[in-house]
Design a protein around this ligand. Structure first.
Ligand SMILES: Cc1cc2nc3c(=O)[nH]c(=O)nc-3n(C[C@H](O)[C@H](O)[C@H](O)COP(=O)(O)OP(=O)(O)OC[C@H]3O[C@@H](n4cnc5c(N)ncnc54)[C@H](O)[C@@H]3O)c2cc1C
Length: 388
């Protein structure tokens, strides 16, 4: 095969969005994917609530991202544009109670993907499955497919091979060694949107939820829900804190505020008003059964003293021993540094080679912000090439 063409590696959300934008401009696009099917991680994301973006107003929306470069790219193709794009595919959406945007119940994740793939097919996009990207040079990209090695000439090459979590979806981050060998600057991948391994004392609470609590680390805090597991804790407030905790040595301590709406002084007063601590916790302070079970893990002296118990209700310490392994987490931080890319997301030193999606070094919490940035970077690269 020896054609001159636009090639995209990776049929995930970022690669497919770039393909759509380019094909809509009348350009011929070939997507190469190592799996037998497209967008497996996109479908996995659909298993536990398919947050395609978030309804937050754009100024606070972009603050969820850690780098100004990605903020700018998300602003350019924002949540409203994602909703509009889905609507053009025939996918209706609704805003959930937490502000997250989901497809309406009549659309399963596979139907969203099928609608997108059908649209891409109608635009003439070709997806070559079971083609594993092995390398590239200034003219060719090299693949392994069904036991043979092939090379394909490219005019523009977009790398959209994802981060490093959930390897079984195809996002195995093997591209890191290939790009590092070319001296492309890459920050190591780390667990992001990750749960925490905690001391074993809390494991007895596995399966129990704490809702509407505040989790804090230093000056950073987030209200939400966490769940105890047989290794520690999981939940969106922790995912939000990852960015800050990761910079510190382990073990470290995060604090749970089990009653964010009341001051410590008010809680002390409520506890002092009765000898029956359990009754005050349940009936007056209206703490959940899980919160009370958690407080019962305290030593007797702390539990029976109103001041020390109130303090633990506001600042229950949880020792974090480690983040969960990369393969289990929702996303990874790290990847191709923005300093290795120009404003078009083209690799400096490798003209005509671009990056998109989670393989670039940005990070954001869950809640639709991850897919949003993947769509936005795909859109950005598609336009960078299509308008050049
Ligand atoms: C359990 C889970 C739940 C999630 N839930 C949400 C959510 O609700 N909302 C949200 O915003 N985000 C969610 N995410 C994150 C989101 O799915 C990812 O951020 C997003 O899929 C990344 O898109 P991408 O296109 O950059 O890469 P990917 O989706 O990882 O796609 C990369 C593609 O490249 C292919 N590839 C990799 N290497 C090669 C190679 N060498 N040759 C050829 N092909 C290759 C892979 O097979 C894959 O198909 C979730 C993730 C997980 C794991």
């Amino acid at each position: 095969m020896n054609e001159d063409q636009i090639i995209i590696i990776g049929a995930g959300p970022a690669g497919l969005m770039a393909a759509q934008i380019l094909a809509e401009k009348g350009l011929k696009v070939h997507v190469y994917e190592q799996n037998k099917a497209a967008a497996r991680k996109f479908l996995v994301a659909g298993n536990g609530g398919f947050n395609l973006t978030h309804s937050e107003e754009i100024e606070s929306f972009i603050q969820k991202y850690d780098a100004p470069e990605i903020q700018n790219i998300v602003r350019n193709f924002d949540n409203q544009k994602v909703i509009g794009w889905l609507s053009e595919l025939g996918i209706t959406t609704y805003v959930g109670s937490s502000g997250k945007i989901f497809p309406t119940k009549n659309f399963k994740p596979i139907q969203v993907l099928k609608a997108w793939l059908t649209h891409l097919e109608s635009l003439g996009v070709t997806i070559h499955y079971e083609h594993r990207f092995e390398d590239f040079d200034e003219s060719f990209v090299y693949f392994k497919t069904t036991g043979q090695e092939i090379k394909v000439r490219y005019s523009k090459l977009i790398l959209a091979m994802g981060g490093g979590s959930w390897k079984k979806t195809g996002s195995d981050a093997k591209w890191i060694d290939i790009l590092r060998a070319k001296n492309i600057e890459i920050n190591p991948l780390q667990s992001a949107n990750s749960g925490y391994d905690t001391d074993s004392g809390l494991h007895q609470l596995a399966g129990q939820y704490l809702k509407n609590i505040k989790v804090s680390f230093g000056e950073h805090a987030k209200v939400g829900e966490i769940v105890f597991t047989n290794y520690g804790i999981e939940g969106s407030p922790l995912y939000y804190l990852n960015r800050f905790t990761r910079k510190h040595d382990l073990p470290l301590t995060v604090y749970l505020d089990l009653k964010p709406g009341l001051s410590e002084t008010d809680i002390v007063a409520a506890l002092q008003a009765s000898h029956n601590k359990s009754s005050v916790l349940k009936k007056k302070l209206k703490l959940s059964e899980t919160a009370i079970n958690l407080l019962k893990t305290l030593d007797k002296e702390t539990y029976t003293n109103s001041e020390s118990l109130a303090h633990k209700i506001k600042y229950f310490p949880v020792e974090v021993r480690s983040l969960r392994p990369i393969d289990e987490v929702i996303s990874t931080s790290g990847g191709v540094r923005f300093s290795a890319l120009n404003s078009q997301l083209e690799l400096i030193g490798f003209p005509n080679v671009y990056c998109a999606g989670e393989m670039i070094d940005w990070e954001a919490p869950t809640g639709g912000y991850l897919l949003q940035a993947c769509f936005s970077t795909g859109f950005w690269v598609g336009n960078s090439i299509g308008n050049s």
